[in-house]
Design a protein around this ligand. Structure first.
Ligand code: F3S
Length: 524
């Protein structure tokens, strides 16, 4: 292995190669070489010179001859300008002209011509000798970089690839691009995808095939992040470094995602906007919103000052009397209370009116618990610990209704419920722990069991993150809790095989990505 570390990513069209290759290159600090763009630039030149793509079918020999002559003429190179790859055709930046269907067709037809390929391959090899690169295409691992340090053959089911292209076409149409009916016909797109595979696999010169030493990655059921992580882990293995695996469930849950998006949407409209309590337990997000003019109020006394503005109720929800005060204040109310929390409010509201005593299994003082208490009438008890469950006592004739804070520890909930059930009350139990929380906890536990080091990312005040930490710590001695990448002072012994990462529901993606990058850079 030389000073340059090169990664080759091959595979059929629509497998997501270029998206993945760009992200892998960005994470590794390598240069992304878009070989497809170089072929497209050549195809653009051929079209500009008047070569008719139909000729490839009508007069194949004549077509090849013309391509062989014309391909000697242009100068094609790649440069990075302000971090953006720029393809130069005879000195002109042609990035904007390379993504048309016409260019794409011509590239597919002309790229099988040996002389054209040879010229482009030499250029690409030169680049890989000078700097660490990530290159994607159809014959990178087999022809262009046969000595690449990591080779990946990235594929996906033809239907999945067709669906991806269909969605891209829909987006393009929304942006005003003129499309043919076939461009929005999933079956027609899939047929085209298969035909293209057939063409690419059977062309005489450098056909598409998996290099013997390439790792097959099927992205049909994977997110982009998972594919990127898989490739980064292959590179880590090759370098003798630990693998880094991030839990699929790490980061924003559905409710938080919706709430944060709603606030950013309001911020974009401008005017006086405040959230009642910080929108999430994450200082960076709250700070960013502050810069966009979104303030935070914490008390009822502050409400009148925003009577002409907009007040956002966060995903935790608020007590019923506060909700009514906000509604009556004259302010525009944007209620982002999570649907699952609303359901708890409905349960306790109804049960209270039926004369039932409400038991909330949750954290004392947590915003969601306080909100739920405020929908429960006077007969309500919050139970957080085993001791509190054991000491719980009401009139034996009073039926009780149990609910859980959505982010409570599921095992602990079961333990406390068992204690309550033993008391012989008429007990109705609603396990309202959110599935997102439950899945996050399960995945964190499984990951922590395998990991040598576990990193839990989240805000100081986030109870669901604190819970994740407890769960991971029980399985993995070296578990660290950080709010952001700068808090991480990891010391690796060099023997670690796997570093796991998970994050609470209020952790934005960019913070998770910074931690991932830092972990990958950490020296032994
Ligand atoms: Fe809602 Fe569950 Fe998130 S309750 S706010 S989706 S953790």
């Amino acid at each position: 292995m030389g000073a340059c570390f090169n990664i080759a990513i091959d595979g059929p069209a629509g497998a997501g190669k270029s998206t993945i290759a760009k992200q892998v290159a960005a994470q590794m600090g390598s240069v992304y070489v878009d070989t497809g763009a170089m072929y497209r630039a050549m195809a653009l030149y051929l079209l500009e010179k008047g070569l008719d793509p139909k000729m490839a079918k009508e007069d194949p020999a004549g077509f090849v001859k013309q391509v062989e002559t014309l391909c000697k003429e242009p100068q094609i190179s790649i440069e990075y300008r302000d971090g953006v790859q720029v393809v130069l055709l005879n000195g002109e930046n042609v990035n904007a002209k390379l993504r048309t269907q016409e260019v794409s067709d011509m590239a597919s037809k002309s790229s099988g011509v040996g002389r054209l390929r040879k010229r482009l391959v030499e250029l690409q090899q030169d680049l890989a000798k000078k700097t660490s690169v990530v290159m994607d295409g159809r014959d990178i691992g087999t022809v262009v970089l046969p000595d690449a340090d990591v080779k990946v053959y990235l594929t996906a089911d033809s239907r999945v690839r067709a669906r991806r292209r269909y969605l891209e076409n829909l987006e393009a149409e929304k942006k005003g691009r003129d499309l043919s009916p076939e461009d929005l016909d999933l079956d027609a797109i899939e047929k085209d995808v298969k035909e293209r595979d057939e063409r690419d696999m059977n062309r005489a010169e450098s056909p598409l095939r998996q290099a013997e030493d390439a790792v097959l990655v099927d992205s049909s059921d994977m997110t982009i992040d998972q594919v990127v992580e898989t490739i980064l882990n292959l590179a880590a293995q090759k370098k003798g470094r630990p693998q880094v695996i991030t839990a699929r469930t790490a980061g924003f849950c559905f409710g938080v995602e919706k709430a944060v998006a709603a606030v950013y949407e309001e911020a974009a409209k401008g005017g006086d906007i405040v959230t009642f309590g910080p929108i999430i337990h994450n200082e960076a997000v709250v700070e960013d919103l502050k810069k966009k003019g979104v303030g935070v109020i914490e008390t009822e006394e502050e409400i009148p000052a925003h009577a002409d503005g907009t007040i956002v109720i966060r995903s935790h929800g608020v007590p019923r009397d506060l909700y009514e005060k906000l509604e009556a204040s004259g302010a525009r109310i944007v209620d982002t209370t999570c649907t699952f929390v609303k359901r708890i409010h409905e349960i306790v509201w109804k049960a209270s009116r039926e004369g039932r005593h409400i038991v909330i299994i949750g954290n004392h003082g947590h915003a969601e618990t306080l909100g739920t208490m405020g929908w429960s009438g006077d007969a309500v008890t919050v139970i957080e610990t085993r001791g509190e469950a054991e000491a719980f006592s009401v009139d034996p004739a009073t039926p009780i209704t149990v609910v859980a804070q959505t982010t409570f520890h599921s095992d602990k909930f079961e333990e406390l419920v068992a204690i309550l059930r033993n008391k012989g009350y008429n007990t109705e139990v609603n396990n309202t722990i959110c599935n997102a929380t439950h899945e996050r906890q399960l995945e964190a536990r499984e990951l922590a069991k395998r990991a040598d080091v576990m990193i839990v990312i989240g805000g100081k005040g986030s109870s669901n993150t604190a819970r994740l930490y407890e769960i991971c710590k029980a399985e993995c001695e070296q578990t660290c809790f950080v709010q952001k990448a700068e808090d991480l002072h990891l010391r690796l012994a060099g023997t670690e095989k796997l570093i796991g990462i998970t994050a609470g529901a209020s952790t934005p993606k960019n913070i998770i990505e910074e931690v991932q990058k830092d972990v990958r850079r950490t020296d032994f």
